[in-house]
Ligand binder design. Sequence first.
Ligand code: PGA
Length: 246
Amino acid sequence: MSHESAIIVADQIRTNPKTVLGLATGSTPLGLYNELIKLHNSEGLDFSNVISFNLDEYVGLPKNHPQSYNTFMFKTLFSKINIKQKNVHIPNGSSFNLKECDKYESLIKIYGGIDLQILGIGSDGHIAFNEPSSSLGSRTRLKTLTEKTVNDNARFFDNISNVPKYAVTMGVGTIMEARKILLLASGDSKAKPITKAIEGPISSMCSASAIQMHPKTIVIVDEAAAKNLKEKDYYKWVYRNKTNIN
Ligand code: PGA
């Protein structure tokens, strides 16, 4: 999953060195980020003109908190490649205000929109922090996390009571405007949400299902996450017979 997705991201950057990348946090993209770092070191994959926008940030944690997504991004990726700090954008969760959400949306537009958006999927089917019942037209805003998400994220905190309950997140509508989307999922815990997202009805109860309406989304999953897909054999058939026709 990580290797395949790194090929796609690297191709995108080589084709357009000024690519606007939408980035995700969590365990899912870690392998992809490691692959990109390897490509940067071994082949000189150049991030110097890449612009990035992250999907979301916890509200209430200072920027430099060990569990903030700002810290996560610098630790796992930005400090290991040659992206310029001025080109990096992460929603500000330390002093949340709605005007800043609108500013974030405007900034994405000023840079011409997101060329390639990386997504993980939550066990409740969320993309970014668009929890079940999030409007499929939603924009960057404050979101209250579900208890399930708080529990899922507790593994990174000493005590569950320290897990933030709010986040500032791009909306489903924001994500859907990306020109290309790359949704990644691995492991048993993602089998249910990935099946809902790909083969279930389009519903705000699984915000990831909005990708069914997106003109250019690639989903990469491992066997465990794919295990409940009804059309699994067909997807493998498509992959084996893939053409270079875009
Ligand atoms: P994970 O989170 O990559 O840590 O599983 C994904 C998500 O919640 O979107």
